[in-house]
Design a protein around this ligand. Structure first.
Ligand SMILES: [Zn+2]
Length: 294
């Protein structure tokens, strides 16, 4: 039995070398088994993200819609704009970039401890999300987990913690640890008032539901048509990918193909829809149909 993402375990990245290690839930001194450094860790900080909301129900959705369907380069929770000084670190799949990101992440942890400003927290979070991607591409799942959980413990901003829980849920689901994935996604804020936080949550939840075979529920989360639920512009391809997969898995192949063709008309990323389905290992029949003349 695998337990890489088990929520009962506490896995953190080493402060000195970045290697993942098991930490005691109540804290104490731990020696890294890779570099030998002795670290003092505090109590585990795993509280769910439950901020107070000013808007609920239709008012919340109406506010989200106002920010739907257009790029949001200024949104602090968008991964599209790197923090200052990180512009060259966006290719996390490349080993030298991954190593630089790991170094930058450890520096960010130290910065946040001295001065927990929003910008320092954003730097730490951004590095963690890039490392999550890069380690995922290299199949280094325990490193991935250690960095994400370390980041959750080091930042206090509810939005960053929410997105890190989404990442852990997604990583666990893709790795086949569905019980863990459900527990991580339950730590997120299910009714965020920011469009990027809400869309990130919908994509993470759709991923967990898709892996669990709950396709009708996944379709509800991403909407049966583009725009049925508010969509952050940067996530539009992932909304389409989970919509197409849910239709196909429900036996609604014509609707799956129609959704794929609709996404295909996007002027910027439309040509990548088949590739996005392939990378996420979703909707094989629709992918095959897209590859042949209509
Ligand atoms: Zn170490």
């Amino acid at each position: 039995m695998t337990a890489t993402f088990d929520i009962e375990l506490r896995v953190l990245s080493c402060e000195k070398c970045g290697a993942p290690f098991d930490a005691p839930p109540d804290g104490g001194s731990v020696a890294c088994s890779y570099c030998g450094v002795v670290m003092v860790v505090g109590e585990r900080r795993l509280a769910a993200v439950r901020p107070a909301h000013a808007l609920e129900g239709p008012a919340r959705i109406a506010k989200l819609r106002m920010a739907s369907g257009r790029p949001l380069p200024e949104n602090p929770y968008s991964t599209v704009t790197p923090p200052p000084g990180c512009e060259g670190l966006t290719q996390a799949g490349l080993r030298p970039v991954l190593d630089q990101l790991a170094q930058r992440f450890r520096e960010a942890v130290a910065l946040v401890r001295v001065q927990p400003t929003f910008d320092h927290q954003r730097l730490l979070w951004w590095c963690a999300t890039q490392l999550n991607q890069g380690y995922g591409m290299h199949g280094e799942h325990r490193s991935r987990r250690g960095v994400l959980e370390r980041a959750i413990e080091e930042v206090s901003d509810p939005g960053f913690r929410h997105l890190l829980f989404v990442n852990l849920a997604g990583a666990a689901a893709r790795f086949g640890e569905l019980d863990a994935a459900r527990e991580w996604i339950a730590k997120c804020d299910p009714s965020a008032e920011d469009i990027v936080l809400d869309s990130g949550y919908r994509i993470g939840l759709a991923g967990v539901l898709a892996c669990s075979g709950e396709h009708a529920a996944a379709l509800d989360v991403v909407g049966a048509r583009s725009g049925e639920v508010p969509e952050a512009h940067q996530y539009r391809m992932m909304f389409a990918v989970y919509r197409i997969h849910a239709f196909e898995a429900l036996g609604r192949l014509a609707e799956a193909l129609a959704a794929a063709r609709e996404m295909g008309r996007d002027p910027i990323v439309g040509h990548l829809v088949g590739e996005a389905l392939r990378l996420n290992e979703l909707a094989p029949r629709t992918r095959a149909a897209l590859g042949s003349p209509a």
